[in-house]
Design a protein around this ligand. Structure first.
Ligand code: ADP
Ligand code: MG
Length: 530
């Protein structure tokens, strides 16, 4: 049992003893109980010494070292006083033997069950001695002569039994009490530990954290929050959160957002903040919790990286363009240099001229394609029959594929399919995908074109049995100038991608090299289309 708990019980004992003595003796005088008038001096001495003792106990209560001993001394003195009280109020005929029981009970409760038994034994002995003294008429207290020795013995027996039963009961009670106390204390320390832990966690968080009550007043504001906002906790707690973070909506709403805050007179900070509702155990809203981070540095890095990526992409594109232009220029230069030599026969001159013109044409085409990619014309939407457009494209492709072994083109669609698109651009997509498929089937194969229509979208697929795409190249085929062909420009797919983007559609690819490659474009239905 904790010492301080015992001390507080001893204090209670001192208080209740004084109260009890006052009540008991006061009432005796009030009722004019004659015993008390038999020994007026003894009684007054008795009362005075009891009150003096009480005062002494009260004074000592805060000072003694050995608290248990302090308790024992009081209890033993109590028993002695009570035996004196019993003896002067008639010994065997006294009404006051029950006060001994009270003291035994107090000893179990105030100290422990062992003390209960010790005090019970002391009471039994003293009470027995008192009875003997009275029976052998060694005390002045007279008793009814009809009371026999047997009754005296029986009286001692009953009292002794009562004392020990009380000690047992008191011990049991005090044991239970101690156990409950211990449990409560344990729970209390656990709760305190948990609270300390929570506070530590909140304080150590690298993110700013605040909580508010339902009205939006700040309750918790952690160290990181102070650091990020530059507002002191003392200043923050109790204020409305929108005073500290003015961009927050009133009342607070759940969600995530990035915001700029002004920190003191210093710079601005970008913070990312997430607000959630706080609930108590019963699920009732008790306010909000906000967690935020300083993203200033991160955003700066992000912008830097974006900038770097942009420059890298521009650099790569430029070198690709230069490369694409240099090739035809080189052959043009070669042809023109040879033409300068007048001794070249007429026949060869025509051929060289043709080469130069062809290269110029190629150059022009590259530039036209590139401009289509880099400076697209605005969309000119019109209602067109996509199936009809596919048929026209397939007819042209059939011609292109004629000199390439056995190329079969199948169509898996029927009837008209109207959609609101830029006809010229979509035709270009069909053509680029179709051409790639034909070019991929160097020794023949099948190109199957099909459409799938649902209320939300139109999917058009080009499936070929050509060489397929190396998985390592899959990410790059849509980049401008990426090509695996000698005479390719690498612009076909990038233009198709661009056009699909302009139509808010998508283009995807899946390829199983040597077996089949499928390009699928998806056009989303616009409201009121069809
Ligand atoms: P180009 O046709 O000028 O090479 P594209 O942008 O049209 O440029 O295509 C880029 C690359 O994607 C091609 O070089 C080729 O390697 C690959 N590719 C495109 N379509 C197919 C296909 N149907 N089958 C196999 N590879 C393809
Ligand atoms: Mg192509």
């Amino acid at each position: 049992m904790a010492e301080y708990a015992m001390m507080s019980r001893i204090r209670a004992l001192i208080f209740f003893r004084a109260l009890f003595v006052t009540l008991l003796l006061g009432s005796a005088f009030l009722f004019r109980i004659e015993y008390f008038y038999a020994y007026p001096r003894t009684i007054s001495l008795f009362i005075i010494s009891l009150y003096l003792l009480t005062i002494l106990y009260a004074l000592l209560a805060g000072r003694v070292r050995n608290i248990r001993l302090f308790g024992y001394v009081q209890l033993v003195l109590d028993i002695c006083a009570e035996i004196i009280l019993v003896s002067i109020t008639g010994g065997i005929e006294s009404l006051f033997s029950f006060v001994l029981i009270l003291t035994i009970l107090s000893s179990s409760i105030v100290i422990n069950s062992r003390a209960g038994y010790i005090i019970a034994s002391l009471s039994s002995i003293l009470y027995g001695v008192l009875m003997d003294l009275q029976f052998y008429r060694l005390l002045p207290q007279a008793f009814d002569p009809s009371v026999s020795e047997k009754v005296f013995l029986y009286n001692i027996f009953v009292h002794t039994l009562a004392f020990y039963v009380t000690a047992y009961l008191g011990g049991y009670l005090s044991h239970r009490l101690a156990k409950t106390e211990l449990l409560l204390e344990e729970q209390d320390t656990q709760l305190k530990d948990l609270e300390r832990f929570n506070i530590k966690v909140i304080e150590s968080l690298p993110s700013g954290l605040f909580t508010t009550d339902v009205s939006g007043r700040v309750l918790i504001f952690n160290r990181a929050a102070e650091k990020i906002t530059g507002v002191d906790r003392q200043e923050a707690i109790g204020r409305h959160i929108s005073d500290l973070l003015p961009f927050l909506p009133v009342p607070l709403r759940e969600g995530r957002r990035d915001e700029v805050i002004q920190v003191g007179t210093g710079g601005k900070k970008i913070i990312g903040i997430t607000i959630s509702v706080l609930e108590d155990v019963s699920g009732k809203d008790t306010g909000h919790i906000g967690v935020f981070q300083d993203l200033t540095h991160l955003k700066k890095l992000e912008i830097e990286i974006q900038q770097k990526e942009k420059w890298a992409a521009i650099g790569e594109l430029s070198s690709n363009i230069a490369h694409e232009i240099r090739n035809p220029l080189a052959s043009m230069k070669g042809s023109l240099e040879m033409l300068r030599d007048r001794k070249i026969p007429e026949k060869h001159r025509d051929r060289l001229m043709e080469i130069a013109l062809h290269e110029m044409e190629r150059l022009n085409n590259i530039i036209t394609d590139f401009l289509t990619y880099s400076r697209p014309k605005p969309l000119e939407l019109q209602r067109v029959d996509l199936h009809l457009m596919l048929d026209e494209t397939l007819a042209l492709l059939k011609n292109m594929g004629r000199d390439k072994g056995d190329i079969v083109i199948t169509r898996k669609f029927d009837g008209p399919l109207y959609a609101l698109v830029d006809a010229q651009k979509v035709r270009q997509v069909f053509w680029n995908l179709g051409m790639n498929a034909i070019e991929a089937m160097r020794t023949g194969g099948t190109l199957a074109v099909g459409t799938q229509v649902s209320p939300e979208q139109i999917a058009i697929s080009f499936e070929d049995t050509g060489v397929g795409i190396d998985p390592a190249d899959l990410d790059r085929i849509f980049y401008p100038f990426f090509t695996t062909k000698d005479a390719g420009t690498g612009l076909g797919l990038s233009i198709a991608y661009r056009i699909m983007e302009e139509h808010q559609g998508t283009i995807t690819v899946s390829s199983n090299p040597g077996i089949k490659t499928i390009f699928t474009i998806i056009l989303r239905m616009r409201h009121g289309e069809l």
